[in-house]
Design a protein around this ligand. Structure first.
Ligand code: GDP
Ligand code: MG
Length: 634
């Protein structure tokens, strides 16, 4: 469904026109009817000649109520831009046009109202020329101008046909699977309770849905839905919806809050945006100026930080951040308007580029503009890469959330980036089991991945230099040396090993080119030590002796290489001897079923200390089992 919104100067006949077209008086408040002036938004609906049903929002033209106008104009598809033929262009004609242009309202039709008051066809021609001139360079540049009179009914049929024609070309509001309804009215109905209304965008709502109201983090459930006073089970993007909510009181709600599905939208107080400063602004916009910030149906006080220049001259567009006095719920791409309250002036507007700015950016840094440009312009792929620029690593659900892209679009972009190697996903679970995009994986760019590998290589290189005789760095030690928060450490090592950049064993990690190389001197020392073992194989030098002779590093090397076996804290054997002893003990046990420490001692002519150390090691290795004073085979 589509929403048509009126716009134009006060008293130019907007409300009268809507009444004439729909039979519904949009001035619903008693005060409005007494004063014969629109104060707040009015709502009506209509079936066009094509049979298409459309919603209408009628806005106040008076400059005192422009904040109400802004609350209604946000979600409209077509502007019904009203200019009275007898008065032509007036101040709010211009201001409303500027607002429609800043909001990039995609379609429009101009109704030249009160044409019955202008008898002279040349005058009518002149007014049309003036209006045409005014529209030049705006979103309404190509809009048709249709002279009408609500009094005589002339031109009304033409106007309806033109609205149909324009809507034939209009794109329906997309369904992104994330409904948002910016509240513009709140009331309560006896027997039903709280009702809010708004224009639904980006998704559907259904009776029974759990919803969240933001800011304020209120939880509620949808009891009922209506569009154009007709009950519905579900409401679709682009329609005007009245939502009956259970679980919230009207006092907890205010215009500008957003009804949405729970758990994804976070209100913000610092956002980055592109700002177009209107060319008819009377002075340049100063850094830190206080403004009124309007988006959806929300209005908050904000301070503007001008990032890319000293001040924004009339007609210029720049990168800014807004610090908001109160939070609002917006997503990337939402449009906004900024005004001055006093004197009452619309100054500019634009597009929210980064709803959750991570920080106040420094001013006059070109790279900040480049980043914001990419965020605003980019394809989904560019956007994801931008969010991961500068070494950022994000879990995939968080990345999708920050992109504000529809989930399917973000998933498709992720797949493309992974397929062409620009993005790396590190999943702790095996990708085959669950698919790389299901559950959570750590996402990082190829550059970040290269930097991470370089960091690992540097750490390992330093380790290998410091401990040339060690096979590698213990995994836990490496992990503690890497960037805090590297949650997917195992996945990182696995992938680096797959790419042939690391050798990973259950205990240590090393660079592929790392080899333990002994100096000639170390060689001689090792040969000497091993000779001493062979000289007295069953009563060899103790661990303390070897350590004294070789030093801890060379000893560790012989142990890691498996040339020496450590049987206990003090007992070492050389590997061949150990194997031979084990074979003989096992053979003895196969014959005699049991063996004592004394028997082992006698078998090898070793001291009791060595016999005991050896047997205990066999127990530990589950070759033998101790039964009181004897060992048996396990
Ligand atoms: P709005 O402020 O733009 O909504 O203007 P209204 O609809 O309240 O109309 C303002 C005044 O213009 C009212 O007194 C209307 O009766 C009068 N008016 C509206 N449309 C016409 C029209 O087509 N012809 C004439 N003669 N008067 C009109
Ligand atoms: Mg009105």
């Amino acid at each position: 469904m589509f929403v048509i919104g009126t716009a134009g100067h006060v008293d130019h006949g907007k409300s009268t026109l809507i009444y004439a077209l729909t039979g519904i008086n949009p001035d619903r408040l008693r005060e409005e009817q007494e004063r014969q002036m629109t104060i707040d938004l009015g709502f009506a609906w209509l079936r066009l000649p094509s049979g298409r049903e459309v919603s209408i929002i009628d806005v106040p033209g008076h400059e005192d109520f422009i904040k109400n106008m802004l609350a209604g104009v946000g979600g409209i598809d077509v502007a019904l831009f009203v200019v009275a033929a007898d008065e032509a262009v007036m101040p709010q004609t211009r201001e409303h046009l500027a607002i429609l242009d800043l909001l990039q309202v995609p379609h429009g039709v101009v109704a030249l109202t009160k044409s019955d008051l202008v008898q002279d066809p040349e005058w009518l021609e002149l007014v049309q020329e003036e209006v045409r001139e005014e529209l030049r360079g705006t979103v309404l540049e190509t809009a048709r101008i249709v002279p009408v009179s609500a009094l005589t009914g002339s031109g009304l049929q033409d106007l309806l046909v033109e609205l149909d024609r324009v809507l034939d070309a209009a794109k329906p509001k997309p369904d992104l699977g994330r409904p948002r309804l910016s509240i513009d009215r709140i009331f309560s109905i006896a027997g039903f309770g709280t009702v809010v209304t708004g224009t639904l965008i980006d998704g559907q709502l259904a009776v029974g849905d759990e919803v969240q109201v933001l800011p304020g983090d209120l939880k509620a459930r949808i009891r009922g839905l209506q569009t154009h006073k007709v009950k519905e089970q579900a409401a679709f993007p682009g329609s005007r919806v009245a939502v009956n909510l259970s679980g919230v009181a009207t006092e907890e709600l205010y215009r500008g809050q957003v009804v949405t599905q729970p758990g994804w939208l976070e209100p913000t107080t610092l956002l980055s945006a592109r700002l177009r400063f209107l060319s008819n602004a009377p002075w340049p916009l100063k850094h830190n100026s206080e403004l009124e910030f309007y988006t959806g149906s929300a209005r908050v006080v904000a301070h503007v930080r001008i990032l890319d220049r000293g001040e924004l001259a009339p007609g210029e567009t720049g990168w800014v951040q807004f610090r908001l006095d109160e939070p609002i719920a917006v997503v990337r791409g939402d449009r906004y308007i900024v005004r001055l309250a006093s004197p009452s002036l619309t100054l500019g507007g634009g597009e929210v580029v980064q709803p959750q700015a991570p920080r106040r950016y420094p001013r006059f840094h070109p790279e900040v503009s480049v980043q914001l440009e990419a965020l605003s312009r980019g394809t989904p792929e560019e956007l994801l890469l931008q969010l991961l620029a500068g070494g950022v690593m994000l879990e995939t659900p968080e990345l999708v959330k920050r992109s504000a892209l529809p989930t399917e679009e973000a998933t498709r972009a992720l797949q493309t980036l992974v397929a062409n190697g620009q993005l790396i996903l590190l999943a702790e679970e095996t990708p085959r089991a669950r698919g790389p995009l299901h559950g959570s994986s750590l996402a990082l760019t190829r550059q970040t991945w290269q930097a991470l590998l370089t960091q690992i290589a540097d750490v390992l290189k330093a380790y290998h230099t410091r401990f040339p005789l060690r096979a590698g760095m213990p995994r836990e030690e490496l992990k503690s040396r890497l960037q805090a928060g590297l949650g997917s450490f195992n996945a990182t090592l696995d992938r680096a090993a797959d790419e042939g950049l690391l050798i990973v064993t259950p205990l240590v990690v090393r660079l592929p080119q790392h080899r333990v190389v002994l100096s000639p001197e170390q060689h001689r020392a090792v040969d000497r030590a091993l000779a001493a073992f062979r000289a007295n194989p069953y009563t060899p030098p103790s661990l303390a002796q070897v350590q004294e002779e070789l030093g801890p590093e060379l000893l560790q090397f012989l142990l890691e290489e498996g040339r020496l076996i450590k049987a206990s804290d003090s007992v070492l054997f050389d590997a061949d001897t150990y194997t031979e002893m084990e074979r003989r003990v096992v053979a003895y046990l196969e014959e005699h079923q049991r063996i004592t420490v004394a028997e082992v001692r006698d078998l090898f002519g070793a001291s009791r200390k060595y016999a005991l150390g050896f047997l205990e090691d066999l127990d530990r290795r589950r070759v033998t089992k101790r039964l009181e004073d004897v060992r048996v085979l396990r």
